[in-house]
Design a binder for this molecule. Structure first.
Ligand SMILES: Nc1ncnc2c1ncn2[C@@H]1O[C@H](COP(=O)(O)OP(=O)(O)O)[C@@H](O)[C@H]1O
Ligand SMILES: [Mg+2]
Length: 304
């Protein structure tokens, strides 16, 4: 669906490239997370794909065609939700979508607009001016706008920034449905749990280079083969000494935390059963995407 080869971009006057030889292949139907610390080059990559920024070097192919921002056929294949919210604020929600259809040379399709607004929980706002919408609503309207022409590849640059938790969950459901219908999605986000929940493949950029590119499970496996047991207890001191008696070292935090190798699962569960009366609540966690992300993007950890 999308192929990048040796994509390189240095902004004028910048000390180092924003993108430094990025290679990436996105298969049709993929739901890919593009992660990276601030300044890693995520938005630059998306802006190149949207034609807002020209690369110094490298090839971009979408559905087998070389990227040329002026190629109208190509434009119709991609939907883009940029990081900054930008609208002509004097127009209504519906007008924005009608105009966007016009931009793609399509007749305004009221049914399509109504459906998109419905699925993005904006139905009730369709006659309101964009400037009266909250930040989260404007973000959702950007997503509707990126979809009016039924693109095959959707690029989302931090689409859930400033969107509250409930709406974020709705939005996740919507993106998952779109992906289920065959839309290829590339998502950048600061919310790592969002990438973990939605994306089958995780790519991490750091300083303009790809530092990881793995299916989700393999990516999570890079955290190491350990599990974490979090315990809460009204009798923490007694619980701690019981655990220590069984060879389990508990770090204190909000409650007690034991990190143990996956191979010790059975004996840890047996200890947990024994400690049961002292435990108010517990949770066993597998490594999180955050663990791997920090490992990859913290310079000191990169030396390990
Ligand atoms: N328009 C621009 N002009 C000059 N430098 C830029 C511009 N946009 C981004 N940069 C720089 O390029 C690097 C990558 O930025 P960006 O692509 O926005 O990263 P991200 O989206 O991952 O936070 C950063 O060092 C940033 O300061
Ligand atoms: Mg960005």
């Amino acid at each position: 669906m999308l192929t990048l080869e040796d994509l390189t971009k240095t902004y004028r006057g910048a000390p180092r490239p924003a993108l430094d030889g990025v290679d990436l292949r996105v298969e049709p139907g993929a739901f890919l997370a593009l992660l990276g610390p601030n300044g890693a080059g995520k938005s630059t990559l998306i802006n190149i794909l949207s034609g807002r920024c020209a690369p110094d070097r490298g090839a971009v192919r979408v559905a087998g065609r070389d990227l040329s921002p002026s190629d109208p056929a190509l434009r119709t294949l991609i939907g883009i939700v940029p990081q900054e919210v930008r609208f002509d604020y004097v127009f209504t929600v519906e007008e924005i979508l009608r105009m966007e259809m016009g931009f793609y040379g399509l007749r305004a399709d009221g049914a399509r607009i109504a459906l998109l607004l419905e699925r993005l929980s904006l139905g009730a706002k369709r006659r309101e001016k964009v400037r009266s919408l909250s930040g989260g609503m404007q973000r959702r309207l950007m997503i509707a706008r990126a979809l009016v022409h039924r693109p095959r590849l959707l690029l989302l640059d931090e689409p859930t920034a400033g969107v509250d938790l409930n709406l974020r969950r709705d939005l996740h459901g919507f993106l998952r449905e779109l992906n289920g219908e065959g839309l290829t999605i590339l998502l950048t986000t600061h919310y790592l749990e969002e990438a973990e929940e939605l994306c089958g493949r995780i790519v991490v950029l750091d300083e303009g280079r790809v530092v990881a590119d793995q299916p989700r499970e393999a990516f999570l496996g890079m955290a190491g083969d350990h599990l974490t047991l979090d315990l809460h207890s009204g009798q923490e001191a007694r619980l701690r000494s019981l655990l220590e008696g069984r060879g389990l070292v508990a770090e204190a935090g909000a409650g007690l935390r034991v990190v143990f190798p996956r191979s010790a699962r059975a004996s840890v569960l047996a200890t947990l059963a024994e400690a049961g009366p002292l435990v108010d609540s517990f949770q066993i966690l597998r490594p999180r995407l955050e663990d791997v992300f920090l490992k990859l993007t913290r310079k000191e950890a990169a030396l390990v």
